[in-house]
Design a protein around this ligand. Structure first.
Ligand SMILES: [Zn+2]
Length: 345
């Protein structure tokens, strides 16, 4: 989205670079720190993305008159510390509050870096998951296994690659990933210490911050954080620009949850991964996708088709607006939908 970016000098000396971008969101300031890209999406509100080439999630920084509120803590304490250091570069206000949009490791396993003085707010379901055995959650263990497998592959490729330039590139990638794998060892999940169910509103200075649970979707406890004055919603992973990871999802309820999301007057959606977007029609496209996916999978479930075969046969290529070009889907998504069809919560 940064095709026409041009560099500007920014008044503050601590900032490495500031860009004006033209893309999905017009002319947003971007501040680059040692670890992060901070995109100003509203007055005092920044989308924070790690610049490391490592899978991670978006965070949102909300700078109020006398404090700072952060949504989502990244994938590891190391990444969270980079986020906290980056926040210190844009404000001297203290971070008082962290919100977890949901329990997934890539959004919540940086929690511990915020320390005991920062209040962590999450849905009751998120608290239940994180106070349980978060390190035994399938989604977390799958992520861990993927890291290790990818690292092994890079190391093998490094050994067998002769081209010096390519070898150096693989070596650098492996080094970054090895450090990331090491960083996971420090993870000691901290659960939210304030929970909510359907609605909570925070008033900070002149800012109103609404937390909504609109129904089950990507997990059993997804929160949408809505800033009414800015008509901005941080939608976490329950509404990305396209389909989300479905392994812990409630595809059968998700379409209605997204219908409920339409009840908010939103100009800008900031998702848990990817870039902010303004096109509300995206909600319709994603709803249509989940409806179609559920129907196709339900039919195959009824016919006794195995998870693997169903995953190969699912054909979502009709969803052109979502850029689906290949037949087939993630077997873990199908397995999860089969569970729902068999009454598993
Ligand atoms: Zn997630």
């Amino acid at each position: 989205m940064n095709l026409n970016k041009r560099t500007l000098k920014y008044a503050a000396t601590f900032l490495a670079t500031v860009f004006v971008t033209s893309g999905a969101v017009a002319d947003n300031e971007v501040i680059t720190t040692d670890t992060h890209r901070l995109e100003r999406v509203a007055d005092g509100v920044y989308l924070a993305q790690s610049t490391a080439r490592i899978f991670n999630s978006n965070s949102l920084i909300i700078v109020n008159e006398s404090d700072v509120l952060v949504i989502d803590s990244h994938i590891t304490p190391t990444k969270a510390r980079g986020l906290i250091a980056s926040i210190k570069q844009i404000t001297s206000n203290p971070i008082t509050t962290l919100i977890n949009s949901h329990f997934h490791y890539d959004h919540a396993h940086g929690n511990q870096a915020f320390g005991p003085d920062v209040q962590i707010i999450g849905h009751e379901y998120t608290r239940m998951k994180m106070a349980g055995k978060p390190l035994e959650e399938g989604t977390f263990m799958g992520g861990k296994a993927r890291n290790l497998a990818y690292l092994k592959r890079l190391q093998e490729e490094f050994e067998t690659t002769e081209d010096a330039e390519r070898r150096a590139e693989i070596g650098a990638q492996a080094k970054v990933l090895a450090a990331h794998v090491e960083a996971w060892k420090e993870i000691d999940p901290v659960a939210p210490d304030v929970t909510m169910n359907d609605r909570l509103t925070l008033f900070r200075g002149s800012r109103e911050i609404q937390l909504h649970f609109m129904g089950r979707a990507h997990t059993g406890g997804d929160l949408v954080v809505y800033l009414p004055a800015d008509k901005l919603a941080f939608t976490g992973d329950m509404m990305l620009e396209g389909p989300s990871w479905l392994g812990d999802g409630y595809v059968d309820e998700w379409v209605q949850t997204l219908e409920n999301l339409k009840g908010l007057d939103i100009d800008l959606m900031v998702p848990g991964h990817g870039s902010p977007f303004t096109d509300r029609n995206r909600i319709d496209y994603v709803q249509a996708y989940y409806t179609d996916l559920w129907d196709q999978v339900a039919k195959m479930h009824k016919e006794g088709v195995s998870v693997e075969d169903a995953a190969k046969a699912v054909d979502m290529t009709g969803h052109k607006k979502l850029g689906i070009t290949r037949v087939g889907t993630d077997p873990l998504a199908v397995a999860r939908m089969y569970q729902r069809m068999e009454g598993v919560d």
